[in-house]
Ligand binder design. Structure first.
Ligand code: NAI
Length: 699
């Protein structure tokens, strides 16, 4: 049963029971309306209470029905709320723990509401690119007042029930219960006390006005425009709430519905809904069930106090987990600790971190020069130089000293994790934890699963990732894992664009206009062009027939490694990050073009964007085919969280699905005809070709 019906004397209680958060799926909606009919037909029942079992009143829509026709199947939520409003006997919502989205809209349809203290109340639809669609924009302003309601609807953020109850004149809650434990009893008492009150109050009949009308909504629109970052929904929230103040209730409901449906069709909302599901799906590993036992991680050791080691350590300190850092020399330790301190101190200065929290975190940090001090750690993460020989020495030491069952992780970005595991006698305990720089800021964590990595190790590190607030995505072992393997193809294509006639600035501007945080050349300057150079040199011997543009090598030969040398594809003023185009670099590219006998061609922004993004998509398809990623949405999460792919486009694979894989392949075939481009580059991955031919999508 997704809702239970019980009778307590003269009060019927309908208890939503659809774990985990009593989502209002079809079966639950049906059970609620059935309960209402039953209660109204029972002469012994005088009033009705609706509440939720377990951890929530209701979290709103059932995500299993997301975007499917089932979400609107009758009785849909609008009909359920109408049935509540039309009940001949008063209905009391007894709210606790979580009351969000459709859950709050249902409560707003009830005649009375009593809430437990500490309940999180929200209309979070805007976070999915939508507005509330079952009367939330029309009833909440009536119940709460226009301004606080609009704030909640535009931000989507939860507010505690007791805070809302303090708003002057609010009609959202008739009562706040003394405690969550007494809610049930108090709700029954409230129901009995109003059983005979007629007419029954309805939120829809409350007045809805703002004293400054026009001026207020003008102000709200301006505020929202600045915050919306290209998303249409926040401004639409203002429109819908304004309609609540200007139109009759029924008209306002129609306006809400129209806006809701229009937003449902926008690519922005589709992207946000995709990301919502993709984010939840990252932690699901096909052969590692959710109930896999986990190892306990109470303390962490980090090897290397450089750029990554320091940032990685901060993640655990922030989560209250003690960290011991090991280095080769005291100076290196001192430098590393000083950097961590500087980072925290700048947070304290900006008011983002309290002084006592800072001290508390630093007190969890210890250092050592000896491996023998690491024995007690439950997890060790290696972040030393990127050389197999160094990794070998470190992992042999770790194998010697770490206690049985400790997890041994490497932060390598390019090396073979299976090979690293083979340096130990416990490859089942070895895993890759690929953090992104700066490791204390970037949300992405690629969890690299070796051929022998144990399932409980995977379950443990995925849970730990959540604890340190990362988006953890599982990748198999391959050169570059998911993210860097794809970015290599994107970078290669960027080089071909220069050879054919683009400037770095033109390429960067085009892809930034598409929404990327940074174009490939600005990104190269930030990461250091020498890194790509080292990789290419390796490729020239490993894969001699792979075509590359030589421009990036020429740039590196001039020592233009990027921001760290003050010059790369662009020039940089010390202490600033603005990229200033450099005439010499443009000349270098032109000369190289001339030497190749290429007549430059004007390339449209659209072509630039397609060539760069479809390079990612094609390699992404290969990654899926090879089983390196288990689902396309994981690849999207890597690009959204780690590589600045525009959120409102939902990631490269989702974007390709929206464009249509047939169209993607058509475009690739066109690019392959271009004599300047590498025809082999544009050979569609077999999976992509197959899906396109079958009219299917990645998801
Ligand atoms: P780094 O050069 O800043 O730091 C390396 C540190 O390791 C140095 O402090 C060095 O003294 C120490 N070290 C070297 N050999 C050691 C040994 N045998 N025992 C103890 N300490 C030793 O390097 P970075 O950038 O922090 O990189 C570390 C690892 O993280 C590499 O595997 C790298 O590929 C990976 N990585 C780097 C990223 C980046 O953006 N810098 C991003 C993701 C991964």
């Amino acid at each position: 049963m997704t809702a239970q019906y019980t009778v307590h004397g003269d009060v019927a209680v309908i208890t939503l029971n659809n774990p985990p958060v009593n989502g209002l799926g079809h079966a639950t909606r049906l059970a609620v309306t059935d309960g209402l009919v039953k209660a109204n037909a029972d002469a012994a029942v005088k009033a009705i209470v609706i509440t939720g079992a377990g951890k929530a009143f209701s979290g709103g829509a059932d995500i299993k029905e997301f975007g499917s026709p089932k979400a609107m199947q009758e009785p849909n939520l609008l009909s359920v709320i109408l049935t509540v409003e039309n009940s001949a006997k008063p209905v009391v919502a007894a709210i606790h723990s979580v009351c969000m989205g459709g859950g709050l809209e249902l409560a707003l349809g009830c005649h009375y509401r009593i809430a437990a203290p500490g309940c999180s109340v929200a209309l979070p639809e805007v976070k999915l690119g939508l507005i509330p669609g079952a009367g939330g924009t029309q009833r909440l302003p009536r119940a709460l007042g226009v301004e606080p309601a609009l704030n909640m609807i535009v931000s989507g953020e939860p507010v505690k029930s007791e805070m809302l109850a303090m708003l002057p004149g609010q009609k959202l809650f008739d009562k706040i219960a003394a405690s969550p434990e007494s809610l049930a009893e108090e709700a029954l008492a409230l129901a009995r006390s109003v059983a005979d009150v007629r007419p029954m109050p309805l939120v829809r009949n409350l007045p809805c006005k703002h004293p400054q009308g026009d001026a207020y909504f003008q102000f709200a629109r301006n505020m929202v425009k600045g915050m919306a970052k290209g998303f249409p929904a926040p401004a639409k929230c203002v429109d819908a709430v304004e309609a609540a103040t200007r139109k009759r209730f029924d008209e306002g409901m129609l306006i809400e519905r129209e806006i809701f449906i229009a937003l449902m069709w926008t690519s922005e909302s589709a992207a946000l809904r995709h990301i919502f599901m993709a984010d939840r799906a990252t932690s699901k590993i096909p052969d590692v069930p959710a109930d896999t036992p986990q190892r306990e991680i109470k303390s962490v050791a980090v090897i290397g106090a450089g750029t990554m080691g320091g940032g990685i350590s901060m993640n655990f300190l922030n989560a209250g987990i003690p960290v011991k850092i090991l280095e080769m020399k005291q100076e290196a330790l001192d430098r590393g600790i000083a950097t961590i301190r500087k980072n925290y101190e700048s947070q304290v200065k900006k008011g983002k971190l309290k002084q006592d929290k800072y001290e508390q975190r630093m007190s969890l940090l210890t250092t050592t020069l000896s491996y023998d001090d690491l024995t007690g750690a439950d997890l060790v993460i290696e972040a030393v130089f990127e050389e197999m020989g160094v990794k070998e020495a470190v992992f042999k030491e770790l194998d010697r000293v770490m206690k049985p069952g400790a997890i041994l992780a490497s932060n390598t970005s390019t090396l073979d994790v299976d090979k690293i595991a083979s340096f130990t006698n416990r490859p089942q305990d070895v895993v890759g934890l690929h953090f992104f720089s700066p490791a204390n800021v970037m949300k992405l964590l690629e969890v690299v699963r070796g051929a022998k990595t144990a399932k409980d190790v995977m379950a443990t590190v995925m849970a730990l990732g959540k604890k340190i607030k990362k988006t953890s995505v599982v990748s198999g072992v391959c050169d570059g894992f998911i993210g860097n393997r794809m970015i290599e193809q994107y970078g290669r294509q960027g080089g071909f664009l220069l050879d054919e006639g683009c400037t770095p600035e033109q390429v960067d501007k085009a892809i930034e206009k598409f929404g990327f945080a940074m174009g490939p050349f600005r990104m190269g300057d930030l990461a250091g062009n020498d890194i790509g150079w080292a990789i290419r040199k390796r490729r020239y011997t490993e894969k001699p027939d792979m075509k590359y543009s030589k421009t990036a090598d020429l740039l590196c030969e001039k020592g233009r490694f990027g921001q760290k040398t003050g010059a790369g594809w662009y020039d940089y003023v010390p202490g600033k990050r603005d990229a200033i185009p450099n005439a010499e670099v443009v000349k270098m590219i032109e000369d190289h073009r001339a030497a190749l006998g290429i007549t430059p061609r004007k390339i449209s922004d659209e072509e630039i964007v397609q060539r760069l993004v479809f390079s990612l998509v094609n390699e992404g398809a290969r990654i899926l085919e090879d089983g390196i990623a288990s689902k396309a949405s994981d690849i999207d999460m890597v690009y959204l969280m780690g590589y600045g792919f525009p959120i409102y486009r939902g990631g490269p694979m989702h974007y390709a699905d929206r464009v249509g894989l047939f169209n993607v392949v058509q475009a690739m075939n066109r690019f392959a005809q271009n004599p300047m481009d590498d025809a082999k580059f544009w050979q569609p991955a077999p999976l992509l070709a197959k899906l396109a031919a079958e009219g299917k999508s990645f998801t």
